[in-house]
Design a protein around this ligand. Structure first.
Ligand SMILES: NC(=O)C1=CN([C@@H]2O[C@H](COP(=O)(O)OP(=O)(O)OC[C@H]3O[C@@H](n4cnc5c(N)ncnc54)[C@H](O)[C@@H]3O)[C@@H](O)[C@H]2O)C=CC1
Ligand SMILES: CC(=O)C(=O)O
Length: 314
């Protein structure tokens, strides 16, 4: 029987461990199973985290094999290689698809019922690859998509308007990558549209909006230039997603899921707002995009489709 508080993490690098830390610290998981090709690394990380039980209470964190995932309700995949400075997410594709063949086979054998949450990059294409490689229902494979980019935009807008980021309602959709776009037609601060309105004495005109979007698109590159990787924000994004699934919240989130007809797109994984619950990706919401946004979504789909055809996944 699956246990909702048993969570597996495949890949105990920077992202995997920022995620483990968030899950542990927020008491989202009672049992964390850490799997990595480098077993010693996973063992060390498990021991380190376990030693904080004196402050968070009784929790189990252990290094394991795929066979230890039988009880896991959710398995988070953060394995693979990360971008080097100057490298795009799409450049990781071939290296990480090879890793995913092996992981999909192991997960199908040992955790066929677990919901898979993909973070490895390029996340849209690897979510697609995992859906193709795994025999589980497609809605049970989801990617973090543009959740990270969306929180980056909300943070920047909150700074601009000097409000709580949680009062900023704005979305980044499409590819988690260079072709992503902001849905400015719907963006608002506490209900007041950002376009065309002065909010708390401040405006964000076209050039301000373009500059903020450029900052969001460049955020990963800027952080990687400084510290070599990004991890803390994505760790919190994944913890939020895990809680959403565990509690069957039905939150609407810009995750990566399979589109088969929504927004006129077929057979592709990218981010649009989707209901998320215990079964994974639910129905997409029919966000009324304007012409420019529809064109941007179609462009993201075209960029990704160019790569899907080269994956050879059938
Ligand atoms: N979706 C998102 O928003 C974000 C995605 N990422 C992506 O997450 C991935 C991980 O990034 P980092 O943790 O910084 O990389 P990292 O290099 O620190 O960790 C990757 C880990 O995967 C392990 N690994 C490699 N192949 C494996 C296999 N076949 N089986 C099990 N473990 C394996 C490695 O031993 C390593 O511990 C990258 O693809 C990165 O681009 C990073 C940040 C945000
Ligand atoms: C690395 C990456 O995908 C990000 O930080 O957005």
């Amino acid at each position: 029987m699956l246990h909702p508080h048993t969570i597996g993490i495949v890949g105990t690098g920077q992202v995997g461990m920022a995620t483990a830390y968030a899950l542990f610290q927020q008491r989202i998981a009672n049992e964390l199973i850490l799997i990595d090709r480098d077993r010693a690394r996973a063992e060390g990380e498990a021991m380190d985290l376990m030693h904080a039980q004196g402050y968070v209470g009784r929790r189990r964190v252990r290094a394991g094999d795929y066979s230890d995932l039988a009880r896991a309700q959710i398995v988070i995949v953060t394995a693979g290689v990360a971008q080097r400075p100057g490298e795009s997410r799409l450049e990781l594709l071939q290296r990480n698809v090879a890793v995913f063949h092996e992981i999909a086979e192991q997960l199908d054998r040992h955790a066929p019922e677990a919901l898979l949450l993909i973070a490895s990059n390029p996340v849209d294409l690897l979510t697609y690859a995992m859906e193709q490689l795994s025999s589980r229902p497609r809605h049970r494979v989801i990617g973090t998509g543009t959740m990270l980019d969306t929180t980056r935009l909300r943070t920047l807008l909150a700074e601009h308007f000097q409000v709580d980021p949680r009062s900023v309602h704005a979305l980044i959709l499409g590819e988690h990558g260079d072709s992503e776009f902001a849905v400015w037609s719907q963006a608002n601060i506490g209900g007041t549209p950002i376009r065309g309105h002065t909010i708390l004495g401040k405006r964000c005109d076209r050039s301000c909006r373009d500059a903020l979007l450029a900052q969001v698109r460049g955020a990963a590159g800027a952080i990687i230039e400084c510290k070599g990787y990004t991890n803390w924000a994505i760790g919190l994004v994944i913890a939020h997603l895990v809680r959403t699934i565990q509690e069957d919240q039905g939150s609407v989130l810009p995750i990566t899921s399979r589109l088969d007809g929504a927004y006129g797109l077929h057979d592709i994984c990218l981010s649009i707002p989707v209901r998320v619950g215990i079964e994974g990706a639910g129905a997409p919401l029919p966000l009324p995009l304007d012409d420019e946004e529809r064109a941007a979504l179609a462009h993201s789909a075209e960029v990704l489709r160019g790569f899907i055809e080269g994956l050879g996944l059938g």
